[in-house]
Design a protein around this ligand. Structure first.
Ligand SMILES: CC(=O)N[C@H]1[C@@H](OP(=O)(O)OP(=O)(O)OC[C@H]2O[C@@H](n3ccc(=O)[nH]c3=O)[C@H](O)[C@@H]2O)O[C@H](CO)[C@H](O)[C@@H]1O
Ligand SMILES: [Mn+2]
Length: 373
């Protein structure tokens, strides 16, 4: 058979096109940039969509199987959203008509508010045991505040996520004075040396920056949740898996019955922490907050950046990082809210709705322990 050159070219071209098409459809993976979960720091504290995600930009494999099961989809079972209970677990029947009526147990944006009697610890622990999670806690003990560390650590051993993997990070300028506290298997203490300061405001506010660095340099990929806690406090009751969530805030015990006009938000519009009159949901504590690692990373990053912007304009918010945290939580609604059971103050008489005190600030002589009064 005689082939003319036109037929040969035509056949070759068809083979080439089919080849390219085949390669494109059946290549093992294509690299595409994943949508970043961290919004550009817009200074307003506006968060990106929250579900799942990683810290920053990352490349994901898109394979033919991606249509059904690829790594990011499998990870859902490790996330906060998929709750699997062990089969045959026996526990008290939940009621849909009876429960706490003396307190509000859900926010207007439908985040649960955790009070004693709203959850089943056995059920929750069984669910989270299956996930094999690790929880980090940060605590600062700078200067004379080192004296609070021992009770904090001893009581954390008794009440804070007992039976779970817990990594406590102590930031201190007095490394030699960190007490030795026996910890259960799976629980660890890490000490990080930080400089001292002659202003307590600076020590307190610097926590946002140091927690950010800790997350970026040490915790990513190793820890699921993180809580940032004041050291001048002790645990008195269970603080466990019921507190886990995306972004977790604790209601301040001092203002939870007050009108929002009484909340000590930053009221100067020049500050990045400004909350206008008529705005704000609750007044949250600076002494305890937490959540999924990527959520807390977002929070500390934005609060620190807003704090720096204020500093450039010679403004220090009324309650330092607590004011920035409150501004952040007004825009980025916490997905779980912990009642004042989770941070009480020893000097405060207990109100009837508070059936248990889980964590409480010790009464201290400010003039005596702070570097500046
Ligand atoms: C219960 C609660 O919500 N407390 C908050 C409140 O006052 P507090 O009176 O509770 O603040 P604080 O004196 O406990 O300081 C906050 C924390 O900073 C650390 N620290 C402070 C001073 C120092 O010399 N060395 C040291 O290590 C320590 O971990 C301490 O627990 O307002 C502060 C505003 O700045 C923080 O938001 C606190 O978290
Ligand atoms: Mn405190």
């Amino acid at each position: 058979m005689q082939l003319n050159s036109k037929t040969v070219t035509g056949v070759l071209l068809t083979v080439l096109i089919l080849g390219v098409l085949y390669w494109y459809l059946f290549q093992p993976f294509r690299l595409v940039p994943e949508r970043t979960q961290l919004a550009p720091d817009n200074g307003l504290g506006v968060a990106p969509p929250r579900a799942g995600g990683a810290l920053g930009n990352r490349l994901v494999r898109l394979c033919p199987e991606a249509l059904c099961r690829c790594a990011p989809l499998d990870n859902l079972s490790n996330s906060d959203f998929h709750l699997v209970a062990p089969d045959h677990l026996l526990y008290k029947q939940p009621s849909i008509v009876q429960g706490r009526t003396d307190v509000v147990t859900v926010t207007p944006w439908l985040a649960p508010v955790i009070w004693e009697g709203t959850f089943n610890p056995l059920l929750l622990d069984s669910i989270y045991k299956l996930k094999n999670i690790t929880i980090a806690a940060t605590v600062f003990a700078v200067g004379k505040y080192i004296r609070f560390l021992k009770d904090f650590l001893v009581t954390a051993e008794k009440h804070f996520f007992t039976g779970f993997g817990v990594h406590i990070y102590v930031f201190t300028d007095r490394v030699d004075e960190v007490p030795h506290v026996q910890m259960a298997p799976g629980r660890q203490l890490m000490v990080i040396s930080v400089p001292s300061s002659n202003r307590w405001q600076e020590i307190s506010a610097r926590r946002m920056e140091l927690v950010r660095t800790l997350i970026e340099e040490k915790l990513r990929d190793h820890v699921d949740y993180i809580f940032c806690l004041d050291v001048d406090s002790q645990f008195h009751g269970r603080w466990g898996t019921e507190s886990l969530g995306g972004l977790v805030a604790v209601i301040h015990p001092g203002y939870y019955r007050d009108d929002r006009s009484k909340f000590p938000y930053e009221r100067r519009p020049e500050s990045r922490a400004y909350v206008a009159p008529g705005e704000g949901d609750f007044y949250y504590c600076g002494g305890a907050f937490g959540g999924l690692l990527q959520e807390v990373h977002q929070l500390v990053k934005i609060c620190h950046s807003n704090f720096l912007d204020d500093a450039k304009n010679n403004i220090e918010a009324a309650w330092q990082e607590e004011s920035h945290l409150n501004r952040y939580m007004w825009i980025n609604k916490p997905s779980k809210v912990l009642s004042p059971e989770y941070l009480w103050q020893d000097f405060k008489p207990i109100n009837p709705e508070v059936r248990i005190i889980r964590f409480s600030g010790v009464t201290k002589n400010y003039a005596e322990i702070r570097p500046n009064a």
